[in-house]
Design a binder for this molecule. Structure first.
Ligand SMILES: Nc1nc2c(ncn2[C@@H]2O[C@H](COP(=O)(O)OP(=O)(O)O)[C@@H](O)[C@H]2O)c(=O)[nH]1
Ligand SMILES: Nc1ncnc2c1ncn2[C@@H]1O[C@H](COP(=O)(O)OP(=O)(O)O)[C@@H](O)[C@H]1O
Length: 223
């Protein structure tokens, strides 16, 4: 689908709720550019940039990276995408980050994946990631064609250092304390759309139908 107007969306949800998985489906279906805060941080870590090395210990301890660092990193990337439609995944995660984003760009819609914490814990400890692209697999849900290797590049998959049971518990706490208030922020702005379920395959058709409707109404408003 070719978008006729710039469209900006955010995808939210607890760690492991399927943001990366659903983002891949959205970008494939609607042609938005995907920007993942976690992928950007992990690429800084792989490249051994000073910032990446500083942030690695926050991430491995299940804590959020400081707001000013994160906002600067993401807003810098968004500045060079001035004429693109995008989907932000993993940012904003705090109210100050949401305010920083609002100061720079208006957000058309926020997709919130509401998946129970119990479902999430099992998923994350069996997640395998292709670090250079952020493609994710799961031993049960979407295994790679060849165990341990990325389907497209044949490169090795890794388990993230922060996908251990103890760190997942800390990340879920950070989500409750720091990220849930962002849902309220967007709800009161009238842009929040929540999708509840335990399986991505059940949630995705609703997200897809919503975005079709949303993009159609955005185009009509412009016409
Ligand atoms: N069992 C199961 N695993 C899923 C489902 N949806 C996504 N996953 C897997 O759960 C893990 C977390 O998903 P991901 O998209 O990375 O979540 P994110 O942390 O919110 O970006 C990955 O290993 C996915 O392959 C699902 O419906 N069922
Ligand atoms: N917007 C953000 N603000 C602060 N820290 C972030 C942000 N995005 C990512 N991080 C850090 O990177 C880690 C991994 O993020 P991400 O890949 O989005 O994980 P998840 O799979 O938990 O949704 C987070 O636990 C956090 O430490």
């Amino acid at each position: 689908m070719v978008l006729q107007r710039i469209f900006r969306a955010v995808i939210m949800g607890p760690p492991g709720s399927g943001k990366g998985t659903v983002s891949a489906l959205i970008t494939k279906t609607f042609g938005l550019s995907h920007i993942s805060s976690g992928d950007i941080l992990r690429s800084n870590i792989s490249n051994k940039s000073e910032l990446g090395l500083l942030m690695k210990c926050c991430i491995d301890q299940g804590q959020l990276v400081p707001d000013d660092v994160m906002s600067r990193l993401i807003l810098r990337d968004l500045r060079v995408m001035d004429h693109s439609s995008w989907l932000l995944d993993g940012f904003p995660r705090t109210v100050p980050q949401a305010e920083a984003l609002d100061d720079a760009h208006s957000v058309d819609t926020v997709i919130n994946l509401n998946v129970p914490f119990q479902t999430i814990k099992q998923r994350l400890t069996s997640r395998w990631t292709h670090l250079p692209t952020g493609r994710v697999y799961n031993v049960d849900f979407n295994p790679p064609k060849v165990p341990g290797l990325d389907d497209e590049t044949g490169e090795p998959l890794v388990q993230r250092d922060d996908d251990t049971p103890d760190t997942v518990t800390l990340r879920l706490k950070a989500y409750e304390n720091q990220t849930e208030p962002v849902l309220e922020y967007y709800r009161s702005n009238g842009v929040l759309e929540t999708f509840t379920g335990t399986e991505t395959n059940m949630i995705w058709p609703h997200v897809e139908a919503f975005l079709h409707k949303k993009l159609f109404s955005v185009k009509q408003k412009v016409a």
